[in-house]
Design a protein around this ligand. Structure first.
Ligand code: ADP
Ligand code: MG
Length: 405
């Protein structure tokens, strides 16, 4: 699960990680009061920051959602010392479309703003913590090349990224924090403050079951404080049950509507751009099915894993989700009857098709326990299924019916 920058900073604050002060608002009615509160804390430089679940906001562009050719503002993050200007920026961002290199051309509507303290600083650094799956350890990455896309640094000047792996048995050690500080060329108070920062940051990452914690940029202020200007946090969904406060941060506005619908039914659904809807049990089989559809010349419209124990309800819900995508022109059902018997799935498919209106061709391939009975049931159902025995045959059938529509 992803959260917004302002939410990540709320979490970091609880771990005493220094972040810049700020107030999140959802409507312009809250703007004046937010500024007044910040001014009361002695703040007189402001940064208005669009909150969306994507990076690259600083270099992004704000467009009119009703007319995507109309550029409203350059930059989704704006610094100013002038309250009136801050208000103008805020009103141009809120409710409009922010397009960044991470959002894709469709962009995202800005529904929340973070009005923060604008800081003067002398250096931008990069800091990231994530799981290195190959090493089975968390890795901390730091770089003097902050503020820019770290992917670029990794590609062009990988030697500028220093890494420390954390041994899960003993945890992150003080000497490792100091090694990173040395590697970044820090001295004096900045050195001490960095060591303090990274130790606390790591604790926040570990305690919250985060899967990614990225601070870009991390800044050294003119008085050598170390502070997070930006914060990105992702969490392991499987651990959210033990972090109710974090689960509450979920922002459905940021998620694809069909994916939200699917998650209600415990279906793993990811929308894609093609026109062949796929319903498969098991993630591995779903990946293989998408591959083979492409091999046969088709384009999958989605990834959908209905789970190992697919039954009538999951099949019906899967149909509903797939059919809600207007791009879907044909459906391929590929179920392996291991935990469930194929005849049960076939009955589920037949019942679901009778219940909900399925107006696109459906190709079904069932294999495993009672596959032969299942095939007979589908063929004798009087419904318009195309039945296939092998995955290859199924993929070819579905791309052939598509060629005809
Ligand atoms: P993104 O990574 O989505 O572009 P950031 O939060 O990193 O968003 O902001 C982009 C840039 O805006 C930063 O690299 C920094 O130069 C500037 N910036 C962000 N917050 C502040 C702040 N509080 N004070 C001064 N400059 C800021
Ligand atoms: Mg950033």
């Amino acid at each position: 699960m992803k959260i917004h920058e302002y939410q990540a900073k709320e979490i970091l604050k609880k771990y005493a990680v220094p972040v810049q002060d700020g107030i999140a608002i959802k409507s312009m009615n809250e703007f004046d009061s937010a500024i007044q509160q910040l001014q009361a804390r002695g703040i007189n430089q402001f940064v208005v920051k669009s909150q969306i679940h994507a990076g690259g906001r600083g270099k992004g562009k704000i467009y009119n959602p009703a007319n995507r050719d109309e550029l409203i503002l350059e930059g989704g993050v704006k610094f100013t010392t002038d309250v009136q200007k801050a208000k103008d920026y805020a009103s141009k961002m809120l409710g409009n479309l922010l397009v960044t290199h991470q959002t894709g051309a469709e962009g995202k509507i800005v529904q929340t703003l973070f009005i923060t303290e604008g800081l003067d600083y002398k250096k931008e650094l990069y800091l990231g913590i994530l799981l290195d799956r190959a090493a089975s350890k968390n890795v901390i990455m730091a770089s003097t090349e902050g503020g820019v896309e770290i992917e670029k640094v990794a590609e062009e000047t990988p030697e500028k990224i220093i890494k420390e792996w954390v041994d899960p048995a003993i945890g992150f050690q003080g000497f490792q924090a100091r090694k990173l500080a040395f590697g970044l060329g820090l001295e004096g108070n900045a050195f001490k403050n960095f060591v303090n920062f990274i130790l606390k940051l790591y604790k926040a990452y570990e305690d919250t079951d985060a899967s990614l914690l990225e601070i870009n940029p991390l800044v050294i202020t003119n008085d050598d404080r170390i502070l997070a200007l930006d914060a990105k946090m992702n969490f392991d969904d499987n651990a959210l049950f033990r972090h109710k406060d974090i689960a509450d941060y979920r922002d459905l506005n940021e998620e694809a509507p069909l994916e939200i619908e699917a998650s209600k039914y415990n279906l793993n659904y990811i929308k894609l751009d093609g026109n062949v809807g796929c319903m498969v049990n098991g993630a591995g089989l779903a990946m293989a099915t998408m591959d083979i559809i492409k091999l046969a010349g088709g384009e999958p419209a989605n990834f959908l894993d209905v789970g190992g124990g697919a039954n009538k309800e999951t099949v019906a819900n899967g149909f509903k989700i797939i059919l809600s995508d207007p791009n879907v022109k044909a459906i391929l059902i590929n179920i392996f009857g291991g935990i469930v018997r194929c005849d049960r799935v076939a009955q589920g498919v037949i019942d679901a098709v009778k219940e909900i209106e399925v107006n696109v061709p459906v190709v079904v391939r069932l294999d495993g326990t009672n596959a032969i009975e299942a095939k007979e049931m589908l063929e004798n159902s009087g419904l318009n299924f195309s039945v296939a025995s092998t995955l290859k045959e199924a993929a070819e059938k579905v791309t052939n019916v598509l060629a005809k529509v």
